[in-house]
Ligand binder design. Structure first.
Ligand code: EPU
Length: 442
């Protein structure tokens, strides 16, 4: 049984998830494509947009900046008209942004449109410090002036931003997006080396190219952008949310279930699918989605390292760790993207999992966090039966993994703070119901 009351979810586990659900556009693409619409002189239409809180947050932020947003949430369509872009007050931005880090990506487009931008202190999931130094350095290199004030950060462009040559110290997704959203309308050529090349970034490049940008991507993490004077709106269908798809796949595996994820696509999930198979999960890919299932028999322990694309995504890690508690033997997971992404295992331990976290790099190679005081490696010993517990959702992906643990456990768990999961998982309680979890929604 699953019962929802305000921010609390009661989950009675022990039943394999079985059935079909649909995933729509990727949270970590759609929010950026919405920001890209600011750069056009005419409206942009986005399709396959999920009904999640991050989309609502960016909608609010765009409206604050004078963008007219017409949404058809059921069809998954957003019509964004940026013809009357204006400045917004930092206090309003702060109030609307909530925990989102998206305001930082408004900077480039607003500097081009208005010559200035304000951003509040930024939130996001509590999975590490999550600094914005790369973003501010990029904006400065284009010629922007950055002033930190008591209320936030004020950024100005005294003249048209100038193309530049930038090398990222780490292939940051957000910093690469910052550069793209700024370079497309800067004067001259920009060259970025050490770029992130996640599929969500490639789809953002698709959007920008449709809008009139000139962008080339080399095989060695180098992206070149020739700035143009004007961009126009476009129509684009968002790529599927591969994090959500992998989350449901992990839920199917952990509960011994069988879930068809309509909308899931293979090319963006190759690395996940390899790992899923090594753990003992099976999958069948067809034209409309991917069926993930537990074929019976014991699951196998693995050694895993998270990495930037094309490696194993950090966002896939937390849901899969729950499935690893059900695998025979010792699994080792080395988190190399965020220094603090194992906080969620405390709750799993409370439910009966045997997980130790270490400061050392237990993967095949040392990472940025090895010589520092971060518990960024985990050893999971399984299989361990899980039992129901009271759990507080720590962050988006950790929260979903707690949900999987509750679905795997015998008895009724109380999961608090589930509204955090609404940030990135569309109608997840309805989907649980569709997969046979007994939902009671008073
Ligand atoms: N970093 C810096 N300085 C910066 C920016 C990043 O040191 O100015 C560091 C971060 O601290 C982190 C690493 O670089 O250690 C990677 O961060 P990145 O910039 O790549 O992450 P992001 O753009 O903030 C996006 C997703 C995350 C996802 C990561 C990695 C969005 C809104 N968020 O974050 O998604 O984990 O890329 O793929 O796109 C999630 O969906 O739950 C989520 C956290």
């Amino acid at each position: 049984m699953v019962r929802v009351s305000q921010d609390l979810l009661y989950v009675s586990g022990g039943t394999p998830l079985s059935g079909e659900i649909t995933v729509r556009g990727a949270k970590n693409f759609v929010s950026k494509a919405m920001v890209a619409a600011l750069l056009g002189e005419t409206p942009t239409v986005l399709r396959n947009v999920p009904q999640i809180r991050d989309v609502a947050v960016v909608t609010g932020l765009l409206e604050l900046h004078g963008v007219r947003v017409d949404a058809d949430p059921v069809a998954g369509t957003l019509h964004l008209d940026p013809s009357a872009v204006e400045s917004a007050h930092v206090a309003d931005i702060d109030a609307h942004a909530g925990a989102s880090r998206i305001p930082i990506l408004f900077c480039g487009p607003l500097l081009h449109r208005l010559g200035e931008a304000f951003i509040p202190d930024l939130g996001g999931c509590r999975i590490g410090d999550r600094p914005i130094n790369y973003h501010l350095d990029i904006l400065r290199q284009f010629g922007a002036v950055v002033d930190k004030t008591d209320t936030g950060i004020h950024i100005r462009a005294p003249r048209r931003l100038q193309g530049t040559k930038i090398a990222l110290p780490y292939p940051s997704v957000g910093a690469t997006e910052q550069l793209l959203l700024t370079a497309v309308r800067a004067e001259g050529i920009t060259e970025l080396s050490g770029a992130a090349i996640e599929p969500e970034i490639m789809d953002l490049i698709n959007v920008l190219q449709k809008m009139g940008a000139i962008i080339s991507v080399d095989t060695d993490r180098v992206i070149r952008i020739e700035g143009v004077d004007r961009l126009v709106g476009c129509t684009h269908t968002a790529l599927a949310d591969r994090v959500e798809a992998a989350s449901w796949a992990s839920a199917a595996l952990a509960t011994g279930g069988d879930v068809y994820v309509r909308g899931a696509t293979q090319p963006e999930m190759t690395t996940f699918l390899n790992t899923f198979r090594k753990v003992g999960g099976e999958f069948v890919v067809d034209d409309d989605g991917i069926r993930f299932f537990h074929p019976g028999g014991p699951l196998r322990s693995i050694q895993l390292e998270t990495d930037v694309h094309p490696g194993f995504m950090t966002d896939w890690q937390q849901p899969l760790v729950v499935a690893l508690t059900q695998a025979s033997g010792l699994s080792i997971v080395h988190e190399t993207v965020y220094e603090n992404r194992f906080g969620f295992v405390d709750a799993l331990r409370g439910m009966g999992a045997t997980i130790q976290v270490y400061k050392e790099c237990l993967g095949g190679r040392p990472c940025r966090f090895g010589q520092r005081n971060f518990f960024h490696s985990a050893v999971i010993s399984g299989p361990t039966p899980l039992s129901a517990a009271e759990i507080e959702v720590p962050d988006l992906r950790g929260g979903f993994s707690h949900l999987i643990a509750a679905l795997t456990a015998k008895g009724t768990s109380a999961v608090r703070g589930i509204s955090l999961i609404d940030r990135g998982y569309e109608h997840f309680t309805d989907k649980l119901a569709a997969l046979g979890a007994d939902v009671d929604r008073p």
